[in-house]
Design a protein around this ligand. Structure first.
Ligand code: URA
Length: 213
């Protein structure tokens, strides 16, 4: 049986060959996402931009550089997290992905979440945020985690937004600093859930056996 890393690679191969929506026609390369299968943190952006489309890798442009800086504040490197996007092919001229494109791409993201089972999902685009926080405003809820099963979902401003609006830099840095605590909370919740499982009891002897006593 393939291990989780191999299964993630199989998903990536399928993403590169995906024709579920028309975005593949105008894109150069599919951008499945990358990172270790056992990552505690998964980040979900919007969609590949120009550089990502050229290289087939997520967040390799200016926003990605700032993301690396943000991660360094919590002593993490890019290779510690899994990073992907809501849509895996670049929308033409970086336009917003359409609802039907997001829907067509959703099974890939679902499989990635299922395989990685991250402790924390950081949504860094409004399209990723909408999945767990419909009708909410990022300005009101950034940095605030919500439990979803065993995961904590943390909405954040997009790092690219901080490149245009310098005031968002300290906000993002402070929100990133909350992540280690959220990982711990998710781990505790996980441990609590396992501890709460009923302890397996020896089965009652079958009726036949009872009759013997
Ligand atoms: N912005 C995104 O949302 N995703 C990328 O991969 C790059 C920039």
């Amino acid at each position: 049986m393939p291990n989780r890393t191999e299964e993630l690679e199989q998903v990536a191969e399928q993403v590169r060959a995906c024709t579920r929506c028309p975005l593949y026609k105008t894109a150069t390369k599919g951008v499945p996402g990358e990172g270790p299968a056992n990552a505690d943190i998964m980040m979900i952006g919007e969609g590949p931009g120009f550089h990502e489309d050229q290289q087939g890798r997520p967040f390799v442009g200016a926003a990605g550089k700032f993301l690396d800086e943000l991660l360094s504040h919590i002593n993490l490197k890019r290779s510690d997290i899994f990073i992907t996007n809501v849509v895996k092919h670049r929308p033409p001229n970086n336009r917003d992905p359409l609802p039907e494109e997001i829907e067509a791409c959703r099974p890939w993201l679902d499989q990635q979440i299922e395989l990685i089972q991250p402790k924390v999902i950081v949504t860094i685009s409004r399209f990723a945020m909408a999945r767990w926080f419909p009708n909410e405003k990022i300005s009101a809820i950034h940095g605030k985690a919500k439990r979803a099963g065993n995961m904590m979902i943390v909405p954040m401003f997009h790092p690219a937004a901080a490149l245009h609006n310098i005031n968002l830099r300290p906000v993002l840095i402070e929100d990133f600093k909350k992540l280690p605590n959220y990982i711990e909370q998710a781990k505790k919740a996980d441990a609590g859930a396992s501890a709460a499982q009923p302890i397996p009891q020896p089965k009652d002897p079958p009726a036949e056996q009872l009759k013997m006593f």
